[in-house]
Design a protein around this ligand. Sequence first.
Ligand code: MIG
Length: 791
Amino acid sequence: MLFGQKTHPMNFEYPDRMVRKGGGIEMTGPTSRARITCAAITPDCTRLRFDNAKVADKTNRSDGVVEDLRDGKSVAPARGAFVFSTSACVIEIAGSCLTIRLKDGLVLKTAAEGFGFNGAQAIFNFSVPDASGFYGFGERTKRFNKTGDILDFYNVDVCAVFPHTFQRDDYDPAYVAIPFAIVRTGAGYVGLYLDNAERLVFDVGHIQPGHLILQSLAGNNDLYILGGPTLREVVRNFATLTGRADVPPLWSLGHHQCRWGYKTAGEFRALRENFEKFDIPVSALWFDIDYMDEYRVFTWDRVDLPDPAKLNRELKSAGVRAVTIVDPGVKLEPGYSIYESGKRRGIFCKTESGRDYVGRVWPGDTVFPDFATKGARDWWAGHLAKFINDGALDGAWLDMNDPATGWSATEDMRFEGGTVAHGAYHNQYGHFMAKASWQAFRKLDNDARPFLLTRSGFAGTQRYSAIWTGDNVSNWKHLRMSIPCTINLGLSGVAFNGPDVGGFCGHTDEELITRWYQAGFLFPFFRNHSTNHTKEQEPWNFGPQCLARIRYAIHTRYRLMPYLYNCFFAHHLTGDPVLRPLLYEFDDVAFENLDDQFMVGESILMAPIVERADAGRSVVFRGVRRQQRHVALPEGWWFDLRAGEWISGGRTILCSASLDEVPIFIRDGSIIPYFNGKFRNGDMALTKIELHTFIRERAAELDYYIEDQKTRQYLKGTYNTAHIRAGSESGKMRIVIDEKGRYATGTVQFTPVIYGAEMNRAVMDHNGKRSARKLQSSTRRWVSTEVEVRA
Ligand code: MIG
């Protein structure tokens, strides 16, 4: 089937004879027979399993759901009825029509012909006439709200296979498949997760307005119904089902620099020196494919990089980590030790002919580890661990795992010793590669936090890796699209994600890179990356003014590191994404399609400029061109960081921003933990934290998590929660901190910084220890109106 195609709903049969059988309900039609069973997974999550008789292999090979939640508690149909009832919902089956009544009153109903089969294919057709917002769906292009779109779930090396996407923003193929739909109706939100790793197509009101149609091409279907009624609850439920990510190492939240084309040790040293010279923090430098010896995985080009471990230790002593790309393909070359060892152990994917599957990628003829098997994962983990250790590396970057196989037909690749056809693992190839690579890091140090970045993935990949959104282009469309893409991926469980800042393909320019840094500096993953033979994209290539602007954005990220890190910790505990749509915090129909603004955590609203100056509206004020845009401000008060004053929300304002500026607003009732101390690139000790407090009418509360920020001890409960409350009391700001937990207390010292309040004293109480302070500053600006340009 071609991209964009699907099976016509009229080509399915809709079974309508029902009998109660085997703890479930059996449906039959002229050619089809399917048994539906139900399980209560969590108090807010129910699973319906459709066991289609035409699907011979009953194994569900999806690794999407966390192991602990795979069984659930099976629920038999009610006596004498075709009804399943759980604490979350009541599901009624009448012919092939499903009615799901959620406990909060939301009703989700299919069409009369609601689910059907065409051999091994299945269709679920939900009639959702009052739904106007559809979100999630993993990594997607286009806009935030998917109403009217057709979404293919079949991972592909997008840019290589569909080069026309370079100049467009309306194409569908993606590198990541997460078949999860969030539906916004008048009565609240509900989530549907179709847990089937085979190729799927979702049609969101494109062929039938008012309908959400889910189709699978093969395999058995587990349909999870995730309750709300708020967006936050649906997202948290899905994150719990597929796994909330571990907390990343602190350095990985810094600014990263990468480029396809960096080759020699001298270049890496010069890069590090330039970052220092230009006063730009960089937490990691990345090695793209040129570091390898003719693209052989787990090797180094010893001419260009004679002693990589020495180089990487040198970088680390300056606070800069090193990450290498790792492609799954192993060069088919007798005598090459990795190939020989894999061959001996029989861990490569096979074809139907019984031979090792051969693809055609960077090293030439290439074989592929069968990550679906434990044997191959263990083999890979062993080699990767050794490579990481010998090279003094800090992380791995997993590319080409969609999988990309060049001109060799991908579908010929089979799994589990050739017994399982390609489709069962296609969408999970990157996922299982990430799982195997994660094991490698755990092998090296069981108490350390792995850092992995993958291009391809499936539901649940966040358990092992962060995701970058693949090959984008240095143009305004791709900058604009990066916001909804990162938001939807975040709603789909993958909080730690982001685009190539500045754009990967094509040449960036001074204005675009400035706006991209300004839009992206608080994205969860923050890396400048570009392809070879394009304009050099490091921050100092665009003149001193541009450098100053970029520096300002990057410094602000490091200053806000406690806030960002805390968002990641909170994600681990709750499932809340880091980058959020406004809808997440303010459920207002006005924000249903809003995707050129976003929230970072619950307090920071960003409305970056994502249009070229000569494309949008602009004004000249005091001799400076300022670009204009509309900013929707939700109800309540907002602190405009640029003006240093409160403005009222509940309206859309027209904002103008020169190239020095990013419109950022802080929500009334916020405490933002801020780092004003010394750091060297990725090395920071967050022991002295300023509490930037923004209070006008709402009192503020924040749970701030305190732990060692490098080991896995927090997973055993070794962390503290500092519950911080702030409010004004008779002309004084009163801040009360109640720190509790199993970590040593008092390792972090807090200092208040009050914004926009007419008072000059604060009283702080930290676990009973009182201190009165004069306010340090009330107008420290994060992204200044006039950026200081240094020579
Ligand atoms: O065929 O390693 O998306 O980030 O720089 C291209 C070279 C292979 C694709 C990745 C990109 C990376 C590039 N890779």
